[in-house]
Design a protein around this ligand. Sequence first.
Ligand code: GAR
Length: 221
Amino acid sequence: MAEEFPVAVLLSGDGTTLQNLLDLHDGGELDIDVRLVISSRRDAYGLQRAHNHGIATLVLPRGRFDSVADYTRAVFDPVRDAGARLVILAGFMVQIGVPKDFRHRILNVHPALIPAFCGKGMYGHFVHEAVLESGVKITGCTVHFVDDEYDHGPIVLQSAVPVLDDDTPDTLAERVQAEERRIYPEAVRLFIEDRLKITGNRVRGVDGPSAETPQPQSKGE
Ligand code: GAR
């Protein structure tokens, strides 16, 4: 078996995204070692899922911290201590910053086709409600690297699903989340196999380990 890649998972809710990753791991299909689960909410069921798997957990409510910078520090100190080299956001509803050593090492899944239906207030069922209200015929999900802007950063994978005439937010969420369960582990796999090459805001899949390409520095960076 390949060596397992140490990761930390951040969540705020039900934790079905975490469960999917753990199930794939247990089935031998995803070589990750979830070292730590951090929740922004004490009542998140995702914590129970982590306990069931014997994974260390930590609860960090955002309200206890004055700024995004303080909260980011509180999250990443234990992430580093746990030895995680990738942070997977799994329904994590709090904004965090990106420390230098985690640039392009934080993945997020968003339940829409970024840059549509994203930004502040657009999370979970609010996204599907907004999609239905807008009348679009196609939506989907996006896996992207996190940067300092909300629901932003280089896009790794996207998948589109149809919006059907009789959809409710729940039926639409179900269709979108089925795709999330497919493309999120795929993106994690590409990352841990070092098969993602990032140039500016574009991410390409490559066959083997990608050589670290120097990024052109734009003014003001
Ligand atoms: C997922 O559908 C994910 O796309 C969404 O929250 C859900 C979490 O479900 N994330 C966002 O809206 C982030 N902007 P879970 O708690 O059952 O994993």
